[in-house]
Design a protein around this ligand. Sequence first.
Ligand SMILES: Cc1cc2nc3c(=O)[nH]c(=O)nc-3n(C[C@H](O)[C@H](O)[C@H](O)COP(=O)(O)OP(=O)(O)OC[C@H]3O[C@@H](n4cnc5c(N)ncnc54)[C@H](O)[C@@H]3O)c2cc1C
Length: 440
Amino acid sequence: MSIGKLSSWGRYPRFPQTGHGIGWRSELPGELARVAAEHGTLLPFGNGRSYGDSCLATTDQVLHLRPLDRFISADWQTGVIRAEAGVTLDEVLRLAIPRGWFLSVTPGTKFATLGGAVANDVHGKNHHVRGSFGCHVRRFGLVRSDRGRIEVAPGDADGLFAATIGGLGLTGIIDWVELQLMPIKSSLVDVVNIRFDSLDEFFALSRELDGQHEYAVAWIDCAARGASAGRGIYMVGDHAPEGGLAYDDKPKLSVPLVPPISAINSVSLRVFNHFYYNAAKPGRHPGRVGYEPYFYPLDRILHWNRIYGPKGFQQYQCVIPESAGGAAIGDMLDAIAAAHSGSFLAVLKRFGDVASPGLLSFPEAGATLALDFPEHGDATAKLFANLDAIVRAAGGRIYPAKDAHMGGEFFRACYPQWTQLEALRDPALCSRFWKRVTQA
Ligand SMILES: Cc1cc2nc3c(=O)[nH]c(=O)nc-3n(C[C@H](O)[C@H](O)[C@H](O)COP(=O)(O)OP(=O)(O)OC[C@H]3O[C@@H](n4cnc5c(N)ncnc54)[C@H](O)[C@@H]3O)c2cc1C
């Protein structure tokens, strides 16, 4: 069953994907074989919340897993659930929160599917405490074109568990995932917001406070230059000890159409950032907020990716090892401000040293910076080349889930384990990302 065209979240590069819908897990082996026989290769597709081309198939033919949205089992004593791979994080929360459980790790969107969260080994604001999503995966089912259906658990002889966590959908189709949830007493989050005026101040706050809180992240003003450069707001949070267990299902706003040009430009960026920064007063400001605005502020506006106009946008997310963090992040912010580019939501966080079980997982101890950029052709390419040079010199690397530009040589140097993943790749699966970074 063909279900129409799909795209990545950044809508760049533009390669509309033909989605082949899967209604039942039993259909997976047959559909995988059928599409592979017809087109050569294909790729699993979750909910298209990856920004670049890691969710785009080389052949533009994808198996759309989102319709696999059933729960298989749940033990509310231990917080272990098993669900089909197309179940979204939001659907997990809908069941789990009223029973006193939460995702152990959540990215900044609740619309990712379990399969997509495993395949990118996503991280969240509590990486310094709990590591990445894969640290909480107990086992999963995998359907391969060459081996059929198998169940995979940590320490498996083939190495498929490690290769599939952060394996970019290349080791087989994940059909279900068993996950350990985290107990909570309330769906509210106690937060403290602290304005900082420089990167040095951010790193000092992060070293002082990260370890005392479940969640820690900073917004950074990427438009600030000169004496204001490196300013932002550091935010820590913890699940509140009381306040009720309420799943949030408020109606959403929606961007109805793609405007002819990007609504994000240097003027709107400077104005927004100026007001956002100055709305936060100096000092430490505690408060209590719902989990939705705390974890998923962007999800409140459906189709917000359309504001970047018809050319779409790219996200640049890198991690810089702890030793080089401050200086390299400062150089990157200077380059971004000088290019008059960037986004309202620029995020800076220090990852911890909890090791991920994944072979190609992105997070490592150090500072991670993430920003969206409207796609402006050569100007974007030039800025990204400057940023890449800073990241390379600092020994850092780029997040494949967000990437649409990284050169093959850079990728292979940063992720030398790629050859092990290639050896375990299902021969019927290939993405545009994988072809770009392994064959160019
Ligand atoms: C607003 C927003 C905020 C975000 N914040 C974060 C963040 O804080 N941290 C973070 O790490 N990421 C973040 N992301 C990225 C997002 O969480 C990941 O890209 C996630 O993997 C998307 O999941 P998806 O289900 O949409 O998968 P897709 O984007 O459709 O696919 C992602 C990858 O998973 C593979 N895949 C999908 N389903 C399966 C399956 N069943 N079996 C095998 N492979 C599969 C695909 O082949 C592809 O390689 C954010 C994205 C958005 C839009």
